[in-house]
Design a protein around this ligand. Structure first.
Ligand SMILES: [Zn+2]
Length: 67
């Protein structure tokens, strides 16, 4: 199942969501990895690897969907 990550650079955190979470935007939004936004990954492992490489962001699980 795809995983969405909401990067919030201003808070230095990344929130993980499941594909069908209500918080995931239903229309494409412009995202910049270094500024923040929404990013889709094919699975949770890939998402976590990408976050590791970006370095130092707090990983937060969504309270609604708990990926
Ligand atoms: Zn969620």
């Amino acid at each position: 199942m795809a995983v969405w990550v909401n990067i919030r650079r201003s808070l230095n955190e990344a929130v993980l969501h499941r594909e069908r979470c209500l918080e995931v935007p239903s229309v494409p939004v412009r995202s910049d990895f270094w500024e923040g936004g929404w990013f889709e990954y094919p699975d949770k492992d890939t998402a976590l690897d990408a976050l590791e490489e970006s370095g130092g962001m707090r990983q937060v699980k969504c309270r609604l969907c708990k990926p």
